[in-house]
Ligand binder design. Structure first.
Ligand SMILES: Cc1ncc(C[n+]2csc(CCOP(=O)(O)OP(=O)(O)O)c2C)c(N)n1
Ligand SMILES: [Mg+2]
Length: 327
């Protein structure tokens, strides 16, 4: 295991800042009517993919969910094309026909975004199996929520991955809520890592809001998968700092717990850590934040200035060959 350098910690924090700045800008646009899209907050979950992205290669595969903007950014999907896709524009990763819940960008290894809870895991195990058969050295990372651990497909996928020892990392982003239901109201398991360890793969819980802890866990899991050591299940402990989706309430959430999580939210927390424990200067961080702010604004301008796909392209890219029309 290599020690986390200040350069690596700063790269991870920059990715977190890009994610947070992009979300803040989208929320501002949605609130004012400037933007229209479905949006699932990733606020509070930034450190997980930012640390994972630091240890992945461009050709590695990633699978994510509707709550996946942070994963897309961390995997290296170009911000302009990502925002254009989310805005339904022809310059987007899928020419604006996928939208925010179906982002895919094979050029950067972001293979699938799915709205089907638990649906990503079998796809990821298939991708990892293809890498094992081809011997291409790629690792697949699949992100999913805590609620997805109550779906049958999740268990089928983890079981087969452990049996076949394919190069996959299961990243459970445990934000303590499945839609409007809190963790303790849908399972008696205290620890998902302990429950999934019984399938016979490496499994551990990690502080998903710490750059240092997440980077160490990600590096270990990715190195193990790449070297043929088999899959890992990471239960990344975090907290959803808002309602399920844009416009939905938080009234069913515990207000004290939410306030405590907000006080320890990962962007501010890791910024404090970089200054206090890593000796990074405020000037360095301020400059980075200003650069990111400008980059996000310019990417959004690109997206806003792009055209939607033309009506005559309605059926293009939908099927590999158009099926004959029924009579
Ligand atoms: C198979 C399936 N069942 C139910 C839903 C409805 N649904 C959408 S999001 C969600 C909650 C999932 O919670 P979790 O896996 O913890 O992910 P999070 O939203 O917290 O990221 C549910 C039940 C769905 N999209 N797919
Ligand atoms: Mg959840």
């Amino acid at each position: 295991m290599t020690a986390l350098t200040n350069d690596a910690a700063l790269r991870i924090f920059r990715t977190m800042t890009t994610i947070r700045t992009t979300e803040n800008r989208i929320i501002r646009g949605l609130n004012s009517g400037e933007l229209t899209m479905t949006f699932y907050t990733v606020r509070g979950q930034e450190a997980i993919p930012a640390a994972i992205g630091e240890h992945l290669r461009r050709e590695d595969y990633m699978v994510t969910t509707y709550r996946g903007m942070h994963d897309c950014i961390a995997k290296g999907v170009p911000l302009e094309e990502l925002l254009a896709e989310m805005c339904g524009k022809s310059t987007g990763t899928s020419k604006g026909k996928g939208g925010p819940m179906h982002v895919s960008d094979p050029h950067s290894g972001l293979m699938v975004t799915t709205g089907v809870v638990g649906g990503g895991l079998p796809i990821a195990v298939g991708l990892a199996l293809s890498s094992a058969l081809r011997g291409d050295g790629r690792v697949t990372v699949v992100n999913f929520g805590d609620g997805a651990t109550s779906i049958g497909a999740t268990h089928e996928a983890v079981n087969l991955a452990a049996l076949w020892q394919v190069p996959v990392v299961f990243v459970c982003q445990n934000n303590r809520y499945g839609e409007h239901t809190k963790f303790a109201d849908y399972t008696r398991s205290a620890s998902l890592a302990e429950r999934f360890a019984t399938y016979g793969l490496s499994a551990r819980a990690v502080d998903g809001n710490s750059i240092e802890a997440m980077s160490e866990a990600a590096e270990a899991a990715i190195t193990q998968a790449r070297s043929g050591g088999g899959p890992t299940f990471l239960e990344c402990m975090t907290y959803r700092l808002g309602g399920h989706s844009f416009g939905s309430t938080t009234e069913y959430m515990d207000p004290d717990e939410l306030a405590r999580a907000e006080a320890e939210e990962p962007v501010a927390r890791n910024r404090r850590w970089l200054v206090a424990e890593r000796g990074i200067g405020e000037d360095v961080l301020n400059q980075m934040e200003a650069e990111v702010e400008a980059q996000v604004e310019s990417a959004l301008t690109f997206a806003k200035n792009s055209d939607p796909p033309p009506p005559e392209e309605l059926h293009t890219d939908v099927f590999s060959t158009m099926a004959a029309s029924p009579r």
